[in-house]
Design a protein around this ligand. Structure first.
Ligand code: 2P0
Length: 332
């Protein structure tokens, strides 16, 4: 039986033929207006639009090649993974959507260029790079919007990692998700900075997929999220266009905290933030009262990301010595 996700691959890809070796890279991304909650979990169709900034050369490089030993295998950062590893199983299941029954065993090698010490998840860049590599391997000449639709099925946030700079993922309306993919914003903002303040670099306590689904299913606060999040996404878009960091930062920070409020109200509660996260936030809010123009956002983990402009970089680094600053619009 063909599932709904496979029908999208069948529609977008040419008939399967023997794969070639191919390699691709993709940046990670941080959402300034978050994706949280699916209206269709099988197709990863979101309840609201989201908007991110890509992390330049922090991302994933993935190589796909026919397996000389005729055994599927996956390597992550040079280490061959057991077949039972969740990452290996997800990557091979995704590759299966391109193979469509063809007997073509593959070797998949992914290297993350995001420093482990930054504590950032890499599923977005990983699935975006894997999608690009598999499209090249199977001779699928898709435009980036088509690739974004396929990457979205691997992991929602991956559909924003097909481009550098600011990317919006439209919620879309079509039941098959044809209008739910990323597209790049034309805005180039050279002074825009993002910093990662590592709080917890260990594996996630709760995978975000399960966390998101639990929030939608059980949180009494979730009902207010989709409409507010959609408005936040539009406000972030407008603030980028106006190069208005204050509005962007205030909106992004409130959006992230509102997302965490929906999680806190889930039953049982879903708590990603740690005591040290709140220490970082208190320090930020005190510094902001003293004039620092910087704002925070947090994802499905305890680490804090700060949003600011180049002229605040020195003060951010002084207030948060472990901060790793990224200039998203510098040449790679
Ligand atoms: C985001 N997150 O917009 C939000 C904010 C985490 C918090 O997208 O189930 O790995 O694969 O679609 O994309 C993390 O969730 O989830 C995420 P799936 P994904 O960046």
């Amino acid at each position: 039986m063909t599932d709904a996700a496979q029908m999208i691959f069948d529609r977008l890809l040419p008939p399967p033929g023997p794969p070639q070796a191919a390699q691709a890279r993709a940046p990670g991304n941080i959402a300034l207006a978050k994706y949280w909650g699916k209206r269709d979990p099988a197709l990863n169709l979101p309840c609201n639009s989201s908007l991110s900034v890509s992390l330049r050369d922090w991302g994933s490089i993935t190589r796909v090649a026919p397996a000389p030993d005729r055994q599927d295998a996956v390597w992550l950062n040079g280490e061959r993974l057991p077949g039972t590893s969740p990452f290996a199983m997800k990557a091979l299941a995704f590759a299966g959507r391109f193979r469509r029954g063809l007997d073509a065993p593959l070797h998949i090698r992914t290297t993350n260029t995001i420093p482990t010490a930054a504590g950032l998840a890499s599923s977005a860049s990983g699935f975006a790079a894997l999608t690009k590599a598999l499209c090249a391997a199977f001779g699928a000449d898709l435009d980036p919007a088509g690739q974004s639709q396929l990457a979205r099925i691997g992991s929602g946030s991956a559909c924003r990692s097909l481009w550098h700079g600011f990317v919006r993922w439209d919620r879309g309306r079509a039941p098959d998700g044809a209008d739910s993919h990323g597209y790049p914003l034309p805005d180039i903002w050279p002074g825009f900075r993002i910093a990662v303040i590592p709080v917890d670099i260990g594996p996630k306590a709760h995978p975000s997929r399960a966390g998101m689904n639990r929030t939608v299913a059980t949180s009494p606060l979730y009902a207010s999220w989709p409409e507010r999040a959609e408005a936040d996404c539009a406000d972030v878009r407008a603030a980028i266009e106006a190069r208005d960091l204050r509005t962007l930062g205030e909106t992004a920070e409130a959006n992230a905290l509102a997302m965490h409020a929906t999680m806190l109200a889930a039953r049982p509660a879903l708590i990603y933030l740690k005591p040290q996260t709140w220490v970082v936030l208190e320090t930020l809010w005190r510094a902001r009262a003293d004039g620092l123009v910087a704002y925070a956002t947090m994802d499905a983990g305890a680490n804090v990301k700060l949003i600011f402009l180049e002229n605040a970089a020195r003060d951010v680094q002084a207030a948060f010595p472990p901060a790793r600053v990224i200039a998203p619009f510098d040449p790679p």
